[in-house]
Design a protein around this ligand. Structure first.
Ligand SMILES: Cc1cc2nc3c(=O)[nH]c(=O)nc-3n(C[C@H](O)[C@H](O)[C@H](O)COP(=O)(O)OP(=O)(O)OC[C@H]3O[C@@H](n4cnc5c(N)ncnc54)[C@H](O)[C@@H]3O)c2cc1C
Length: 268
C-alpha cells in the first residue's frame, strides 16, 4: 500500500496514530450504510461504514467525493448503467470508521432518490476525494457563510473542521436561509455549536415563509441582513456562498455573456 494512503490523525508528536485512508485509492471503494436519519424536508443524514473499522476517509476541507449508483432497472443486469454524482462529506477526514453525508432527495432525481431510499446494510461505491480548495486554519480572522437548504453540507464540513480545532481562532458567521423553521437542517447541532462558542461562531436563520411565532429574520436575504450579520469585507475576511441558483444569483450576482450580468447584494 502506498504511503500517501495514510494520515496522522490522533494525538500529538510521538503519540500520533497513523491511520489508513479509505479514500485516495485509484478505484471505487465500497461503503455500507450504517444508519439514516431524516434531518429536514426530504433530506437525510446518511452514515456509511468504511470497509475497515480503523480507517479514516482522509479528505481535507473543502473536498467532495463521487458516489456511484446503478440506474434504477439496471442494478441486476450484467453491465449495470451507473450514474456518478458529487456529494460533500460532512464528517471530518479524521473521523474513525465512517463517513457522513447530508443528501436531499428530488422527486425525479436518479442518485438522490436512490441514496435516500437505502436501508442499513446497503452498499454504495465512492471515489475521491476531489479538493475544491484547501482550508488553512487562522488564514482569515473571520469567515462569512451564506447557504440555503441542503447546501449546508459544505458549510458544515468547514464549521466542524474549525470548531473541533482548539488552535483555530477563525470567527465564523453563518446566514442560513430556509423556507420554514421545519426545513432547517441540523438546527439543534448548529444552535448548540453557537451556544458553546459564542465568541467564535454565530448562526442566524432567515425564514422565507415564517410561522406566526417566528421571531428571527424573515423574507428573502437582503443587503441589510448581510451588513448586520456578516464580517466586514477586508483582506482578513472571506465569504462563502452556496445554495439554490436563485439565492446565489441574488447574493453574488450573475456573469453576463451576451447580455450584461447582474450585481449581487455582496457588491452593495
Ligand atoms: C460540488 C457539488 C457538491 C454537492 N454536494 C451535495 C451534497 O452534499 N448533498 C446533496 O444533496 N447534493 C449535493 N450536490 C448535488 C448532487 O450532486 C446531485 O446533483 C443531486 O443529488 C441531484 O442528483 P440526482 O441524480 O438525484 O438528480 P438528476 O437525475 O441529475 O436530476 C433529475 C431531476 O431531479 C431534479 N433535481 C436535481 N437536482 C435538483 C436541484 N438542485 N434542484 C431542484 N431539482 C433538482 C430535477 O427535476 C431534475 O430534472 C452537490 C453538487 C455539486 C456540484
Amino acid at each position: 500500500m502506498k504511503k500517501t494512503n495514510y494520515v496522522a490523525c490522533e494525538g500529538k508528536s510521538d503519540s500520533t496514530i497513523v491511520r489508513e485512508k479509505m479514500l485516495g485509492y485509484s478505484w471505487f471503494q465500497t461503503i455500507t450504510l450504517r444508519e439514516a436519519q431524516l434531518v429536514g424536508n426530504n433530506t437525510k443524514l446518511l452514515r456509511f461504514d468504511f470497509p475497515k473499522k480503523d480507517q479514516v476517509s482522509g479528505h481535507t476541507v473543502h473536498s467532495v467525493v463521487l458516489l456511484r449508483v446503478a440506474k434504477p432497472g439496471t442494478e441486476n443486469s450484467y453491465w449495470p448503467s451507473y450514474v456518478l454524482r458529487p456529494y460533500t462529506p460532512v464528517s471530518e477526514g479524521t473521523t474513525l470508521g465512517y463517513i457522513e453525508f447530508i443528501i436531499k432527495s428530488y422527486e425525479n432525481g436518479t442518485a438522490s432518490k436512490y441514496l435516500n431510499n437505502l436501508k442499513p446494510g446497503d452498499k454504495v461505491q465512492v471515489w475521491g476525494p476531489v479538493n475544491k480548495y484547501i482550508y488553512e486554519p487562522n488564514k482569515y480572522d473571520s469567515i462569512g457563510l451564506i447557504a440555503g437548504g441542503s447546501a449546508i453540507a459544505p458549510m458544515l464540513q468547514l464549521l466542524r473542521k474549525i470548531l473541533n480545532n482548539p488552535e483555530d481562532k477563525t470567527k465564523v458567521s453563518f446566514l442560513y436561509c430556509n423556507s420554514t423553521e421545519e426545513d432547517i437542517i441540523l438546527r439543534e447541532e448548529l444552535d448548540n455549536m453557537a451556544a458553546k462558542r459564542p465568541d467564535q461562531f454565530k448562526v442566524t436563520h432567515i425564514i422565507s415563509k415564517p410561522s406566526a411565532t417566528w421571531g428571527g429574520e424573515s423574507g428573502r436575504i437582503t443587503a441589510e441582513m448581510v451588513k448586520k450579520h456578516m464580517p466586514l469585507p477586508n483582506d482578513n475576511s472571506m465569504m462563502l456562498v452556496c445554495g439554490p441558483k436563485g439565492l446565489v444569483k441574488q447574493v453574488v450576482g450573475s456573469r453576463g455573456f451576451i447580455f450584461k450580468g447582474t450585481k449581487g447584494i455582496l457588491e452593495e
